[in-house]
Write a protein that binds this ligand. Structure first.
Ligand code: SAH
Length: 344
């Protein structure tokens, strides 16, 4: 029998697992509590009997990712981690300090299959999906290292979370649980490149997390130039799925728009985007593109970013310019892993 990763299980899953071994279900909650406190050693679970602990060692394990490298920004304290997984794959996570507390940005896959031309995570494509426990352990490990509670989670590291749907949903349920990290849906943001059927499926699950959609262009022709997924789903279909999400969850959707000089950052693009989103329960996050080694995209001039924002606001669309965090430590997604892989 293959050992089970208990960190990838909800309390109910652990109960099922125990019942399957002829053990008492109520132990599930106790085990879940230990694991989600970051305890990795069954012998430290002192309210379990010795025989049960031994049995668990035989049939189960607890994901344990290791910090391989850590970089702290001198500018804003943003901390970037490179993690080593048990199969020697490398992923990264980031903790950002905001006045309302710590926000962790985590990866959902090793690499990514989406192939967006501006993104550092696409190097070498998708290696594999992460298990729910590997997502949760990024939080547990960073929280332990920071010595402070992480209160907000963004799924904006490497990977396409909706391409790893099942494990991502399980992960959300695990961190939601009040016996675990107890992070509410309103404190979780999932960012997607725009997988239309999965956005609808997520809406139907009625887990009202914040949905962020990577749009990056106001029309299909332009979007296809930087995001291969645009060849599969049109912006029209994408916007419809977002409206469905809003209807089902009553949540506002945010659109990410990485401004790339000379590509998608002029006033006509801003007006086209305004027309597209007018009247929708949404807001736009403008991100001056992060430059990635080996790719020639440039940030827009500061004035152009402000102008872009003004045009959106003029149409009644809320738009913010995302502050760059950890600029001195390659904190943008995929960059550290990319450096690491290139070195090897
Ligand atoms: N796959 C998901 C989540 C991971 S990326 C998605 O596509 O949304 C998180 C966000 O960072 C996405 O909006 C992505 O488009 C954006 N991003 C990637 N590379 C970037 C870069 N070089 N500059 C600015 N934003 C970038």
């Amino acid at each position: 029998m293959r050992k089970k990763d208990l960190l990838s299980l909800t309390p109910m899953d652990i109960e099922e697992f125990l019942a399957g071994m002829g053990e008492k279900r109520f132990r599930g909650k106790q085990i879940f509590q230990w694991i989600n406190k970051g305890i990795k050693d069954f012998d430290k679970m002192t309210n379990l009997s010795k025989p049960l602990r031994e049995k668990l060692k035989d049939y189960a394990y607890i994901t344990n990712i290791e910090i391989k490298e850590k970089l702290v920004s001198n500018i804003d304290g943003t901390t970037k981690y490179l993690f080593l997984l048990d199969d020697y794959n490398i992923i990264e996570g980031v903790v950002m300090k905001y006045h309302h507390g710590l926000t962790a940005c985590i990866s959902t896959q090793v690499g990514c299959a989406m192939g967006c031309t501006f993104c550092a995570s696409t190097l070498k494509g998708l290696v594999r999906n992460l298990r729910a426990g590997e997502m949760a352990d990024q939080i547990l490990t960073m929280q332990k290292d920071m010595g402070e509670r992480i209160s907000n989670i963004v799924l904006m590291g490497s990977g396409e979370p909706l391409n790893n749907f099942h494990e991502t949903i399980k992960f959300i349920k695990i961190i939601n649980d009040e016996d675990g990290l107890n992070i509410g849906n309103r404190h979780i943001t999932l960012s997607t490149s725009g997988l239309v059927p999965q956005i609808k499926a997520l809406a139907d699950l009625q887990i009202p997390i914040n949905l962020a959609v990577s749009l990056h262009a106001p029309n299909d022709a332009l979007r296809k130039q930087t995001m291969p997924i645009a060849k599969k789903y049109s912006i029209k279909e994408l916007i419809e799925s977002c409206k469905y999400y809003i209807d089902r969850t009553n949540r506002r959707v945010s659109f990410e728009y990485a401004l790339i000089r000379g590509i998608n950052d002029d006033e006509a693009h801003a007006r086209e985007l305004s027309d597209l989103l007018k009247g929708m329960l949404c807001y736009v996050n403008l991100i001056p593109v992060n430059t990635v080694e080996g790719k020639e995209y440039k940030k827009p001039n500061i004035g152009d970013t402000g102008k872009f924002q003004q045009i959106l606001r003029g149409s009644g669309i809320e738009a913010t310019i995302r502050r760059e965090m950890g600029a001195d430590i390659n904190a943008a997604c995929g960059q550290l892993r990319r450096k690491y892989l290139q070195k090897q």
